[in-house]
Design a protein around this ligand. Structure first.
Ligand SMILES: Cc1ncc(COP(=O)(O)O)c(C=O)c1O
Length: 485
């Protein structure tokens, strides 16, 4: 029996129509979701996901979908992994919880920190656990402020981030981010300490500029920003190696390394936000050194560390930072931590997940099959409305445009991504819409056959979207040349 058949045979995946309707009614009445839209009636299109196996999930009616989102960039080892579930259950029976505060320790927390340190590049040997990616970036900010002050440089408070970055959803991390779609006019942001530089998006570089010249421009811009603000006032630079939620933006060749070098030159901490790129998505436990040739002072992680089976995040920092803090001999604590920092169940999930990744050689699988996924997705660039397919391995973004030659975007009111996602859903594939883009980050366990099925379904969904746009006169090129099957 395959994993999928085994999962399908478990009756808990299906609910009667009546039970489904009741749940959706209660959902409307009582559950305010993450990123909520305040509706005036039940969302009849809501998908009630009730189970999963491998790279597939099932809705309440038992319909199955290839999960192009890996939950939310996180179910790296796929659904139905008993090894992780059993490890969590057994840890909860032994010791479900105890305070994570200084002076107390528990085995799963210590073992996971030790394991992560062994996988991290360079001298990153110290792990601070939080409850997810936002709290990890938030804590990293506070940790850095504390560190700069303790080492006698309290004026080093400014943090540089990039436009279209996403670092989380707490008030501080939302303020660090630069995604215009996230900047609601009804919310305030705390911008005092944040300064931004350009988004390193080669697709949207100035007309006529080569990618090399664009990279020079970006590096020069960072250098000028530092000189303008004064290096003595800048604590850190935060960067996702590939920007995720901002639209899967792969910076120009050499950009990550060169910006890292600039930070070193000016004594500015380089923080790689690897919440998405770590734990296998690009074929390595951490992408910073192996893929981009950087050795950050800190790496932020979350999501794939437990494959989403338990909420957990954190950051890893260097021996050099640790040594400075120890040498200062400061008698008071850094006042930052959470009740559920290093939760024993979450740490047990992390340990079991990493063991599974190693036993199944998932990084090698991603380097081989993720490269195939990237190739198959890039073939979709021949479709009329597809302006660019970008990304790496199992982290891909597809940007649809009104005019391929001029890169003219669709009017945002058309929400092309939503149309593609609707057609994909009808075909049994879940993708994440983002304006005119489609974001893909499937479980890393996707097989060759599933990748090819994924490519076939997504091509069909984009073509159906294109036909719908032609029919509704929202896309001008009705010629059949543009409708390749
Ligand atoms: C790069 C990056 N950093 C931070 C976060 C925030 O993580 P969380 O949603 O676990 O708080 C995300 C979430 O998508 C992310 O993509």
């Amino acid at each position: 029996m395959t994993l999928t058949e085994a999962a399908l045979s478990r009756s808990q995946f299906t609910l009667s129509k009546n039970d489904t309707d009741l749940l959706l009614q209660a959902d409307y009445q009582h559950l305010t979701h993450a990123w909520p839209v305040f509706r005036s009636k039940v969302n009849e299109d809501a998908l009630l996901i009730s189970g999963g196996a491998g790279a597939r999930v099932f809705d309440a009616s038992g319909r199955q979908y290839l999960d192009g989102m890996g939950g939310l960039w996180c179910v790296n080892m796929g659904y139905g992994r008993d090894e992780i579930c059993d490890a969590v259950a057994s840890q909860l029976r032994i010791m479900p919880y105890y305070s994570p505060a200084d002076g107390l320790a528990h085995a799963p927390g210590v073992k996971l920190a030790e394991k992560i340190a062994s996988l991290a590049p360079g001298d990153l040997n110290h792990v601070f656990f939080t409850c997810g990616g936002s709290t990890a970036n938030d804590s990293a900010l506070r940790f850095i402020e504390f560190y700069q002050s303790i080492r006698g440089k309290p004026q080093k408070r400014l943090v540089i981030t990039r436009q279209r970055a996403y670092h989380g959803s707490t008030i501080m991390t939302a303020s660090m981010g630069g995604n215009p779609a996230e900047r609601s006019p009804h919310l305030r942001f705390v911008m005092d300490n944040f300064r931004q530089v350009s988004c390193p998006n080669p697709y949207r570089r100035p007309e006529g500029m080569s990618e090399e010249a664009f990279c020079d421009f970006l590096v020069d811009e960072l250098r000028s920003k530092i000189l303008d603000l004064g290096a003595d006032n800048i604590a850190a630079f935060f960067a996702e190696p590939i920007l995720g939620a901002g639209g899967v933006i792969v910076p120009p060749e050499g950009y990550n390394r060169r910006t890292w070098e600039v930070c070193r030159e000016f004594d500015i901490l380089y923080v790689a936000d690897e919440v998405v790129t770590a734990f296998g998505r690009l074929g390595h436990f951490f992408a910073s050194k192996e893929v981009f040739g950087t050795e950050p002072d800190m790496i932020v992680f979350a999501k794939g560390v437990t494959s989403g089976y338990q909420p957990l995040g954190g950051f890893i920092y260097s021996d050099a930072i640790h040594a400075t803090l120890v040498a200062a001999n400061y008698p008071y604590p850094l006042s930052n931590g959470y009740t559920y920092s290093a939760h024993p169940g979450a740490c047990a999930a992390g340990l079991a997940n990493i063991a599974l990744m190693e036993n199944e050689h998932i990084c090698a699988h991603v380097r081989m099959e993720g490269a195939h996924f990237e190739r198959r997705m890039k073939e979709l660039a021949d479709i009329g409305i597809v302006g660019e397919v970008r990304g790496s391995h199992f982290m891909i973004g597809i940007e649809c445009v009104k005019d391929k030659d001029t890169k003219e975007p669709f009017d945002p009111s058309i929400s092309v991504g939503d149309i593609v996602a609707r057609h994909a859903g009808e075909l049994g594939l879940i993708v994440r819409p983002l304006g005119s883009m489609i974001i893909l980050s499937p479980p890393l366990v996707l097989s060759r056959g599933e990748i090819d099925e994924f490519a076939r379904l997504l091509r069909l969904a984009i073509l159906r979207c294109q036909e719908e746009l032609v029919r509704d006169e929202k896309w001008g090129l009705a010629s059949s040349d543009h409708v390749k099957s």
